[in-house]
Design a protein around this ligand. Structure first.
Ligand code: ADP
Ligand code: MG
Length: 211
């Protein structure tokens, strides 16, 4: 049976599941960043997710915003670089928008993705079409707003599909940001590594809610 809503500690457990899945996906992320960037995205995310697990495991949370914010802060302080700042911002700014509530449902899911995506864009300056994680996040956030009247499982399922489609759409884009910029048209055909991470993160959230 899918979960109707999540308690603060369910949110913690969902984020630990995300951390484990990203660690397991390190080779996929490394390959994705090797095609376009410097190949360090998998290792950077793995380091961040180990810090996240250290922070979340065995900690009790009173409100749903706190585990997301703790995750963002752990990523910022452990990963460094551009992706530490932007991925950390996703969870810290998105988490703050969840609010000090004791149940996480579709409304909170929409608040997380909308504010988190705005935060990433403000922090990193990437726009849709620049071939970054923003290309998976913007469709995810738009879908989350559209389906916030649905059940949590239907909402997160739709959001995961939107993130996956956004990641796939990034293949056709020409990188204009970061290290991949120098590749120009040679960046076509590969998905952005950060967008691959976003798709994995949202798919793991969906699988957690479904279980
Ligand atoms: P670095 O770019 O420092 O090597 P990573 O390889 O860990 O860091 O992460 C690269 C990913 O981070 C990119 O694929 C992209 O999705 C994301 N990213 C980097 N800079 C930005 C930015 N300014 N705005 C949005 N996303 C960004
Ligand atoms: Mg890199």
């Amino acid at each position: 049976m899918a979960k109707e809503t999540l308690s603060p500690n369910d949110c913690r457990d969902m984020l630990i599941a995300v951390a484990n899945k990203i660690i397991e996906s390190e080779p996929i992320l490394t390959d994705a960043d090797r095609a376009l960037g410097d190949g360090d995205h998998g290792i950077g995310m793995e380091r961040g997710m180990n810090a996240v697990k250290e922070k979340l495991e065995g900690t009790d949370f009173e409100t749903a915003d706190k585990p997301f914010m703790a995750m963002g802060m752990a990523m910022m302080s452990s990963m460094g670089g551009a992706s530490g700042a932007v991925f950390g911002t996703l969870f810290r700014t998105g988490g703050k928008a969840v609010g000090g509530v004791d149940t996480f449902g579709p409304e909170q899911l929409a608040a997380f993705f909308t504010s988190g995506t705005e935060g990433v864009q403000t922090r990193g300056g990437a726009k849709p079409g620049d071939k970054t994680m923003v290309d998976a996040l913007v469709p995810a956030a738009e879908k989350a707003e559209e389906v916030k009247g649905s059940s949590l499982i239907d909402a997160i399922t739709a959001v995961a599909a939107a993130a996956e489609a956004g990641k796939d759409a990034s293949k056709a884009m020409i990188a204009t940001m970061g290290r991949a910029k120098t590749l120009g048209e040679r960046s076509i055909g590969h998905p952005d590594a950060g967008a691959v991470s976003v798709a994995i993160i949202v798919a793991t959230m969906r699988d957690f809610v479904a279980s």
